[in-house]
Design a protein around this ligand. Structure first.
Ligand SMILES: [Zn+2]
Length: 380
């Protein structure tokens, strides 16, 4: 298929949905009429969704699978048409791996298996239907947009793991292997992974919300999850520890929340330094305040309060251009450059930063020192 003058091929790998559709884990067949009328009420517009759910309700696995493929491919095509920059080569392969699981895993991008010529994604239609039926809202195009932002960052950004991947390789090649050193390196890699996730998920979450909902999410959340994970990684070693840490990171969605807040702060700084005014809705402890304009000093004041959410809108193209440019600049930043830009924004906006290079360095050092101490004591 030709999109924006480039040759795009879709390669779909599909799992077998028969077991999961047959057992009806979503419990939809008890009252199919209600499911369909509910679906109409939500006004969710995803191509072939109705047919897809119809196939599920009738336990018609063949038609369910056909419509899943149509639904997912169609949304991918729409995203590529709307966003020419997502097509990163003249002969571009979009590889979609469909899985069928009753879980909250909806989409994934595989950075190590992707590059300029090919992007590999995983999509879980059962998870998507689950979200729609249980929560009544869902935006498949936002998910796919989010995953493509990972692709852009992967193609044009910097690899955070270079030195540590090399160290693990070298260690594995050495004749006298030191398995405990590998456990240290894995924890150190995980600490980098935490920050890398914050920057990766942050930019993808921010860009998708900005693009699809035309708003700047500025949701302040407690930073405790990240600190807890970093603490865990620098005081204890071994596979269970890294498993626990990555699980908490995943379940809490901490990287998405903190990351998009960091991106929002960098964006706000760019907007204020360009003398841009914009409107915001403010929510403190569940209480909403009406739409009004804010300046940088006021934003700083709110930012330092304990908990608030701020939703920005704007109504000029110049603002749009600045936000888009800032997002593109962030793709190219390393995980450290990302924190640096955030700290700079905080200084200028007179905001107290949550996550700093100093905090990050502290945990990296702690990890190494604790590892050495445990080793001296013969505990690892
Ligand atoms: Zn993501």
């Amino acid at each position: 298929m030709i999109i924006h003058g480039k040759n795009v091929d879709f390669v779909i790998e599909k799992g077998d949905p028969s077991g999961i559709v047959g057992s009806d884990p979503l419990n939809l067949r008890k009252n199919p009429k209600r499911v369909l009328s509910q679906l109409k009420r939500t006004k969710i517009k995803i191509p072939y969704l109705q047919e897809c759910i119809g196939g599920y309700l009738n336990n018609d696995v063949g038609s369910f699978l056909d419509y899943c493929i149509k639904m997912v491919t169609q949304v991918f095509i729409e995203e590529l048409k709307e966003n020419p920059s997502f097509i990163t080569s003249n002969n571009f392969i979009v590889n979609i791996n469909l899985i069928f699981q009753n879980s909250t895993h909806l989409g994934k991008y595989f950075d190590k298996l992707s590059g300029l010529e090919k992007a590999l994604f995983r999509v879980n239609p059962i998870g998507i239907i689950r979200e729609i039926v249980f929560y009544g809202r869902f935006n498949l195009s936002e998910i796919i947009y989010h995953e493509f932002i990972h692709h852009l960052r992967n193609c044009y950004g910097k690899n955070a793991y270079q030195w540590i991947d090399k160290a693990i390789d070298q260690l594995a090649q050495q004749e006298q292997r030191d398995p405990s050193k590998i456990t240290y390196l894995i924890n150190a890699q995980c600490i980098i992974f935490v920050l890398d996730s914050v920057s990766n998920e942050g930019i993808a979450e921010f860009a998708a919300q900005y693009q699809k909902r035309k708003r700047i999410p500025f949701e302040k959340h407690i930073f405790a999850e990240i600190i807890f994970i970093l603490d865990l990684l620098c005081t204890d070693f071994g596979p269970e520890v890294t498993n626990k840490a990555t699980k908490i990171l995943e379940q809490s969605r901490a990287a998405y929340k903190i990351g998009s807040l960091i991106v929002a702060t960098i964006v706000l700084h760019k907007l204020f330094s360009n003398n841009k005014k914009f409107y915001a809705w403010l929510k403190i402890y569940g209480v909403w305040f009406g739409r009004r304009t804010y300046n940088a000093i006021e934003i700083g004041k709110f930012y330092n309060t304990k908990l608030f959410d701020l939703y920005f809108t704007y109504d000029d193209e110049e603002t749009d251009r600045i936000v888009e440019q800032t997002i593109a600049d962030i793709y190219g930043m390393s995980h450290l450059g990302f924190l640096k830009a955030y700290e700079e924004a905080c200084v200028n906006l007179k905001i107290k930063p949550f996550f700093t290079l100093q905090i990050y360095d502290f945990y990296k050092r702690e990890c190494w020192q604790n590892y050495q101490a445990l080793k001296r004591e013969g505990r690892i």
